[in-house]
Write a protein that binds this ligand. Structure first.
Ligand SMILES: [Zn+2]
Length: 420
């Protein structure tokens, strides 16, 4: 059961007026009022409602709180990405493994504290729901995140292909799905990537997720080297796995492609394909045919960090695929502002309309994560948490959506019940 964020005492309704309100589910409205009560939206109207308190945000655009479809908050203590821009992807993975190992040894800060720091950064930049990949249990108790205002979908990362360890990995996944999380949070599974988890274990995990109606997220087709490895078990990933003592020939038979992993994900009730940078035409078609259950998460600034060729986001959108946006982590992105990632997409893909990108940054993410009934748009019954963008000047535009991305302002989270 969902809790009322404002607590059990019934509050007086509050109206918020903004220069533009962007419901996402319908066209933007100039000078509209959003009426909220007990943490929920109760009305959106164009004339002043009969309430005692009106918060006037005439200098601001009001959006639904943003949704970050893919994050690894455990890197949130980094001040800059690992490695350098355009470095070979496998070298970056090698550096991440080294970083994780030294981090584990030094124990310089608890994983929980680092995640809380990342969570605060997401909240400060207008993000509500987050699809988080967790390499260890989090939170360790249901009350650890205090009064944080929005849910997290915690995908427990499963990584490894040693046949002797498969039983233990399955237990980690089962324990996570059976564990307790704070109210509104969702438990999911994340087999890491095709070059670290064999196909049969991914199929097992997706069957396990399906029995609990849990979502699955997996990095797929992130680099061209991944396709080489799956095809004939060769290339830099094979070298890396051998270096790390993680090469297990039984796990990868060769002669497979990303689509084989997509077929495994299709076993789950809800799946998120993370990145999908190098998916081929038939693979995009496969997702399109199952677009009610399989979404893609594009991480624009991480994509740029590696200097990949253009993402097939336009082809996916044209095929009706739900594309959400993610920040990925501070290991490949300078910060955790989903708004900054969306703005980059608008500027780099002018043939994707500002309106479409707004939907990707909000409703698509909420639906991909299974939270579309409560988040992602400004509609009656949805949660009253917003992304606010202050405008420095009274710009006008033929399409109000353009104002969102053209403004110099940053997004921040706005909770009317806490506004003074
Ligand atoms: Zn990732």
């Amino acid at each position: 059961m969902e809790t009322t964020p404002a607590g059990p005492r019934r509050q007086e309704p509050i109206a918020v007026r903004a220069r533009y309100v962007f419901p996402v589910s319908s066209e933007p409205i100039e000078g509209a009022y959003v009426v909220v009560r007990d943490g929920r939206i109760v009305d959106v109207c164009t004339t002043r409602p009969g309430v005692d308190r009106v918060i006037d945000l005439d200098d601001s655009l009001l959006l639904p709180a943003l949704v970050n479809g893919h994050a690894h908050l455990e890197f949130s203590d980094r001040t800059e990405p690992i490695g350098c821009p355009r470095m070979p992807f496998v070298d970056w993975i090698r550096a991440v493994v080294g970083e994780r190992r030294s981090h584990d040894r030094s124990g310089r800060s608890s994983a929980h504290a680092i995640r809380i720091r990342g969570l605060a950064e997401c909240r400060a930049s207008g993000t509500a729901v987050i699809g988080e990949i967790a390499t260890r249990p989090w939170p360790e108790s249901a009350d650890e995140c205090g009064d944080d205002p929005a849910p997290i979908v915690v995908f427990r990362e499963i990584l490894g292909a040693d046949p002797a360890a498969i039983g233990a990995l399955r237990s980690v996944a089962a324990d996570h799905l059976a564990g307790r999380l704070p109210a509104d949070w969702i438990a999911g599974l994340s087999p890491h990537a095709p070059y670290t988890v064999g196909l049969s274990l991914v199929e097992d995990l997706c069957r396990m997720a399906a029995t609990r109606n849990a979502p699955v997220a997996m990095h797929i087709a992130e680099s061209p080297e991944e396709g080489m490895f799956l095809r004939d078990r060769s290339g830099p990933f094979r070298t890396l796995l051998e270096e790390l003592g993680a090469w297990h020939p039984e796990a990868w038979r060769g002669g497979i492609r990303a689509i084989d992993y997509l077929r495994a994900l299709a076993i789950a009730d809800r799946a998120l394909v993370i990145h999908g940078n190098f998916l081929e035409r038939d693979e995009i078609e496969f997702i399109s045919e199952r677009r009610d259950r399989i979404s893609v998460v594009h991480c624009p600034r991480t994509h740029a960090f590696f200097g990949w060729s253009a993402h097939p986001v336009r082809a996916m959108h044209a095929r009706g695929i739900r594309v959400a946006l993610g920040t990925d982590s501070r290991a490949s992105n300078p910060d955790l502002s989903l708004f900054a990632d969306a703005r980059r997409l608008v500027h780099r893909c002018p043939d994707l309309s500002p309106k479409v990108v707004l939907r990707m940054a909000t409703l698509h993410g909420a639906e991909a994560l299974g939270r579309g009934s409560r988040w992602g748009s400004i509609e009656r019954g949805k949660r009253a948490l917003f992304a606010r963008i202050r405008m420095s000047e009274r710009h006008r535009a033929a399409d109000p959506h353009a104002l969102i991305w053209e403004s110099e302002g940053a997004a921040s989270l706005f909770d009317p019940s806490r506004a003074t």
